[in-house]
Design a protein around this ligand. Structure first.
Ligand code: DUC
Ligand code: ZN
Ligand code: ZN
Ligand code: ZN
Length: 487
């Protein structure tokens, strides 16, 4: 049974052209003119793009005394409804600290639930010999080539610099890419205590206690530690100019540093925390917090210039009752917002429609760039024969107002509620299956999604030469002109 997507304009990260896309089973087999297949999917007046990849989600994650309410089933169905055909979720070690047990746990939660494909990033939340040893199996056997480090959440998930350096070196050795949540957890904690002591207990205290400076400091520190370890680095949820500047500077010096802004930081600003309605503001509490317009402009510029490569969501969705755990103390509001379903439409509306991004740059930022960074390109993130048929018929003629009443996410609100978007997926295909058809009452297909294994990178040689350089005493040349007379 073949399918042909007919009459659309194919958009890749490089170019646009009129063509039909022929799919057999799970794969794209041909792209060209006047193709025919057993089943025709209409793409007239629409774009045909690679399925979106959201590299940053927290589904059913135990966090801050509760568990994120979005499930693997609802989250992956919401993803499909928004044009996203793969997501990468953060796998967090439990009380026993074992990475491999954490993966088993995440597999158990996700396996029969997922409607589209997933993968995991492994979190490093401490350091010992067992973690060092398990990392090898995580990469070589479990197909996970990325490790996340929290520089904030002191006393819970945060790692110290020596732990981070050890883990970065291990990543370099194994051909894995380290990720960081860049916020200085020591300063955040001090600021939280200061504001609470002064009687600032509402959601505005969240914004005050996590200023851009703490993110800039941590981003710079992580970049220098990665350089010393001889490894590339990926900085998640870049929200401000200070962190973006650190990334620009590093890239200019030839360091391989990637930056991921979130759709929330691009489109929502810090005034949201000063809303008089506590619940409204608490729903928007996430870390890092939303910033002002100048920071937003910096992020948009970075996407256009290529100094920032990927737009994600950090989808960590807590319902209203969970958010109320922080009444009277902003540090107890579970951190996180949703966006999995809205990421593509919001980026199109606020990016492409406004002329900030080209359609090709939109495809790069939502799919192709992250597929390359994660080492799964062109199986994912590309429209070429042989690639997985993760394809979206992207319709720029459907506009809709975002509302919790129509969303597929099971959260009881939406941080983008009331905003108008000007495009939607007409069809979303995941490895050749239609998993979403706009206006046709599509239902979740739990269990059809697969776990995608990602091979390690061939980066170890750079790490070894860097390490040799740092551990070999330099020869200090004496400058003959600088020797004081009489010596
Ligand atoms: N930030 C959030 O807002 N939620 C989950 C984890 C994180 O770093
Ligand atoms: Zn410290
Ligand atoms: Zn984070
Ligand atoms: Zn996160």
């Amino acid at each position: 049974m073949s399918k042909v997507i007919k009459g659309g304009t194919v958009v890749t990260a490089d170019r646009q052209y009129k063509a039909d896309v022929l799919i057999e089973g799970e794969k794209i087999v041909e792209i060209g003119e006047n193709l025919s297949g057993d089943e025709v999917i209409d793409a007239s007046e629409a774009y045909v793009i690679p399925g979106g990849i959201d590299p940053h989600t927290h589904l059913e994650m135990p966090f801050m005394g509760t568990t994120a309410a979005e499930t693997f089933e609802s989250g992956t169905f919401a993803a499909a409804a928004g044009g996203t055909t793969m997501l990468v979720d953060f796998c967090l070690p439990g009380a026993d600290g074992s990475l491999l047990n954490a993966i088993d746990d995440w597999d158990r939660k996700s396996k029969d639930q997922i409607c589209v494909d997933i993968s995991y990033h492994m979190a490093i939340t401490g350091w010992n010999e067992n973690i060092f040893n398990e990392m090898e199996a995580v990469v070589k056997e479990r197909g996970i080539n990325t490790f996340k480090h929290f520089m904030a959440y002191k006393g819970a998930l945060m790692v110290e610099d020596d732990e981070m350096f050890a883990s970065f070196k291990r990543c370099a050795e194994l051909g894995a890419l380290p990720l960081v949540h860049a916020e200085n957890g020591d300063i955040v904690q001090e600021l939280q205590n200061k504001y609470l002591a002064e009687g600032v207990t509402g959601p505005e205290g969240h914004a005050y206690s996590r200023p851009p400076e703490v993110e800039g400091e941590a981003a710079n520190r992580a970049i220098m530690i990665a350089d010393a370890a001889g490894t590339p680095l990926y900085i998640v949820h870049v929200s401000c100019e200070q962190a973006h500047e650190a990334i620009r500077r590093a890239r200019q010096k030839g360091m391989r540093v990637y930056g991921e802004p979130l759709i929330q930081h691009l489109t929502l600003d810090e005034s949201e925390y000063f809303n008089k309605d506590w619940q409204y503001a608490a729903r928007r509490v996430m870390s890092p917090p939303f910033r002002n317009k100048e920071h937003q402009a910096s992020l948009w510029a970075g996407l256009a210039a290529g100094s920032l490569q990927v737009v994600a969501t950090d989808h960590a969705a807590f319902d209203d009752a969970q958010k109320r755990m922080g009444v009277g103390d902003f540090t107890k509001i579970p951190n996180g917002t949703g966006g999995l379903e809205e990421r593509m439409a919001m980026l199109w509306t606020k990016g492409v429609e406004t002329g900030r991004l080209t359609p090709e740059e939109f495809v790069a930022a939502t799919s192709s760039n992250i597929a390359k960074i994660l080492n799964i390109y062109p199986m994912k993130g590309a429209l070429v024969p042989g690639a997985d048929a993760d394809v979206v018929v992207w319709d720029p003629t459907i506009s809709k107002t975002i509302s919790p009443a129509t969303q597929k996410s099971i959260i009881d609100y939406n941080v983008f509620e009331g905003m108008e978007v000007t495009a939607q997926p007409r069809y979303t295909l995941s490895r050749g299956d239609v998993v979403w058809a706009y206006g046709q009452n599509s239902q979740p297909q739990p269990g059809r999604g697969k776990f995608v294994k990602r091979a390690p990178f061939a980066s170890a040689s750079k790490a070894l030469s860097k390490w040799k350089e740092l551990t070999t005493p330099r020869k200090i040349e004496r400058d003959p002109l600088n020797i004081p007379s009489g010596v």
